[in-house]
Design a binder for this molecule. Structure first.
Ligand SMILES: Nc1ncnc2c1ncn2[C@@H]1O[C@H](COP(=O)(O)OP(=O)(O)O)[C@@H](O)[C@H]1O
Ligand SMILES: [Mg+2]
Length: 351
């Protein structure tokens, strides 16, 4: 079928039908008049013209009513979720390819629906994975605590070789549980956008020094030196949420110690970059293989889960760090070479 017929507009269709009827009546009238009364041919022609106009108006009105009714139902159904209730499409324009328009609207709508379904499926599997991870993370310390307590209740409490040790171990696992729950709380606050930002101007160098001080004991215990990189701009003032940036530095520096090597070094660099300040936390620890780097900031993603758990990690640290940096409208990146070391770098707006 030629395209001009396939894509015919309703008004053209009404006209063509009327012309066909007119031509039919013309032929019949002409034959009858030619045979019986040639003088009435003019009146015959007039009748045919009137017939064509009458047919055109009739078909046009019938088609318009029919199409408008059908289209209204389709629009109502597909727009039910898109438009406020009660909005009816404007009167059908018979000079456009209204059916083609409706067809393409329906196809667009179907596309949108399927991508929405895809999105929902993804969120659902994300939610399921998250729940699985949470329960797994909580189960491990809980079962440990239960084990220690059961042993103590079964007489271990009177055994001086294990009683104090088991109480300490149970307490350590309680601490881990608390850390996980606290991190989960922070993550969920970030994800629901509930966390308020307290913007202020401050010296980032001073904040790094404070975090270094809080890690002094742990660093000493692991024989790791905490220092600033050469050329760090000590006077740099940033405009950010001080407590949240403290959390970022705490997470990155604690990782650099946890995954650092003995007698190693954690160095923080502060660089002035026009409107931004770049802060880098580098270590010369175990490093990370490049295949892990794209997933590193995901919740619960850990390269060596058992090592991370032994070291007290929840696997949420870097996910929180990323949330905080994104809440500042900035970015964080990581570079690493296995066996050589890792550098995390993020930017902040200068104050
Ligand atoms: N400085 C680092 N060096 C080597 N690996 C690291 C470093 N920082 C993070 N990682 C890896 O990234 C994982 C995720 O880190 P994080 O989200 O802080 O979780 P956690 O420290 O609780 O395990 C860690 O388990 C570890 O495998
Ligand atoms: Mg961590």
């Amino acid at each position: 079928m030629p395209d001009s017929i396939k894509n015919i507009t309703p008004s053209k269709l009404a006209l063509l039908t009327a012309l066909a009827c007119g031509a039919g009546t013309f032929f019949v009238a002409f034959m009858l008049l030619a045979l019986f009364n040639p003088t009435l041919q003019v009146w015959g022609l007039l009748c045919v013209m009137i017939n064509i106009i009458f047919c055109y108006v009739l078909f046009y009105a019938a088609l318009e009513r029919f199409i408008h009714r059908k289209v209204k139902v389709i629009y109502k159904n597909i727009r039910r979720f898109k438009q406020p209730q009660g909005i009816v499409p404007e009167k059908t324009n018979m000079n456009r390819g209204i059916l083609e328009e409706v067809e393409s609207e329906v196809l667009n709508w179907a596309d949108e629906q399927s991508s929405e379904i895809e999105q929902l499926k993804k969120m659902e599997s994300y939610r399921r994975e998250f729940l699985g991870n949470v329960s797994h993370e909580l189960k491990t310390p809980l079962f440990n605590i239960q084990g220690y307590l059961d042993t103590l209740l079964d007489g271990g409490i009177d055994d001086p070789k294990i009683n104090l040790e088991y109480v300490h171990k149970a307490a350590k696992n309680v601490e881990r549980l608390i850390n996980i729950v606290k991190d989960l709380d922070v993550i969920s606050q970030h994800e629901s956008g509930q966390l308020e930002m307290k913007w202020e101007k401050f010296k980032i160098y001073e904040l790094v020094k404070e975090v270094f001080d809080s890690f002094e004991m742990l660093a000493d215990a692991n024989d790791i030196t905490l220092c600033f990189k050469e050329g760090s701009a000590a006077g740099t003032i940033v405009y950010a949420d001080r407590e949240k940036i403290r959390q970022v530095l705490t997470n990155l520096i604690s990782n650099s110690i946890k995954y650092g090597r003995e007698h190693g070094k954690t160095a923080v660099g502060i660089y002035d970059m026009d409107k931004l300040a770049l802060i880098e936390v580098s270590d010369n620890g175990i490093g990370i293989e490049s295949r892990h780097l794209p997933r590193l900031f995901e919740r619960f993603y850990r390269i060596d889960p058992s090592r991370s758990r032994t070291l007290g990690g929840s696997g949420l640290g870097l996910a929180i760090v990323k949330h905080i940096i994104e809440a500042h409208n900035q970015t964080i990146h990581v570079r690493s070479t296995p066996g050589v070391g890792t550098t995390f770098g993020f930017t902040l707006v200068k104050g």
